[in-house]
Design a protein around this ligand. Sequence first.
Ligand code: BG6
Length: 519
Amino acid sequence: MSNSLTGAQDSAPWFNPLRDSDDKRLPRIAGPCGMVIFGVTGDLARKKLLPAIYDLAHRGLLPPGFCLVGYGRRDWSNEEFQDYVLDAVKAGARTEFQDNVWKRLTEGMVFCKGNFDDDAAFDNLASTLQYLDETRGTAGNWAFYLSVPPDFFADVCHQLDRSGMAQATEEHWRRVIIEKPFGHDQESARALNKIVNQVFPEDSVFRIDHYLGKETVQNIMVLRFANQLFDPLWNNQFIDHVQITMAEDIGLGGRAGYYDGIGAARDVIQNHLLQLLALIAMEEPIAFTPAQLQAEKVKVLRATSPVYPLAKTTARGQYSAGWQGSNYVQGLREEEGFDPESATETYAACTLQVKSRRWNGVPFYLRTGKRLGRRVTEIALVFKPSPHPPFSEESAGEEASNNAVVIRVQPDEGVLMRFGSKVPGSTMEVRDVNMDFSYSEAFTEESPEAYERLILDVMLDEASLFPTNEEVELSWAILDPILEYWAQRGKPEQYPAGTWGPESATRMMAREGRVWRRP
Ligand code: BG6
């Protein structure tokens, strides 16, 4: 793949300024292109994609003739589409609204009406793109964003193929962006990948895992590989275990159509949390290119498997009514659209192992849940206790525990180190203290939204932050045995909203003499 700014093959300009002579402080601006969004009236487009496109325009990172084409069933004129985008931008954009930015964006904003199986509507879309190429200078470069349920992937890919829109040439590129769920198990993921790859070669498929677009997630690699401080300790000799947590306080009101029958493990562990695990556990890539990075992640995912017996090493739960702060909220089964008998888990935890020289014997505990105590995503590397502290047991403070490096993905993005320190006074009392690096204090620049970064990367043909078909299939292979086991076990345990999940998750850790961190 080439980087459109430098023309360098397989380059990854987001990393390692020291080894690469290009000045990485210069903004990367996409070359001439446009984007078609299928499913433009959906939640994702309204809340994330459209605001991100405006933010990119505001930051001057879109090419001058950029075009945004919405495709959907609504009987909209271009002006009605623009009004809809305006509402989405005003509600969701990160950067300040400016009339001149908006006006420039609307000049290339077009709506095409149609269903996904409508030949004539797709032919009309093809002519529209051609017209825009001629009048706006998009140069035939188009990204197709499939913000639609995977059931429609086949129809849309078929239509893009039939109408010639999927066809790249020497002169112009065509790329497809797809959103999860990439299947519901390994077999269906393979089938889906096959459908997409029949039309788009793998190097023009960009699978979104928006966690990889987060600054703090990219910082995992910088922390590990641009510093000498951590690497000697980053292995089973020093690390006792790793906890990866993605906790949310929100419930699932309004998302029944997507979530019921899917559940927390498929929604979050299969993609976001396994990608975090891969970045934490992988070896240093020999170069920071998409291919080398993906190769290292694949090696880790291939070496990762559940720890058995699953009855003891996994836990799942479903939130029931309870207090979320000062609000009394409904349980999942009372939420609109959910089956009152729903067996969908809203909390999932599992124990994984990475069978490698570096990680053998170090459990990776992954957990995610809705309606938990607070919203937080973090990765904690918890160290083994000091082998022989020369302080008497009485003088060691009660709070003294294991050292930890905690990568706080969100909110309060940063890195925290936890270690024991002497409590002032005449005894050698030890208490854990935190040393904190906070993004907001250290840098003046505000972090871009994950979707801004990822959409720009598609336009720049920068594939580092997109999981490949192989990564997706391997992630399912890790999760499938757990999902099969749960499917035979009936309904998940209930936990009251606002708590930290089901009892079984606490027991899962207690059995191993460990506790979940309370972030
Ligand atoms: C999505 C999941 O991928 O990530 C949602 O489908 C979840 O269920 C969301 O709420 C969380 O994203 P973020 O960026 O707010 O942590």
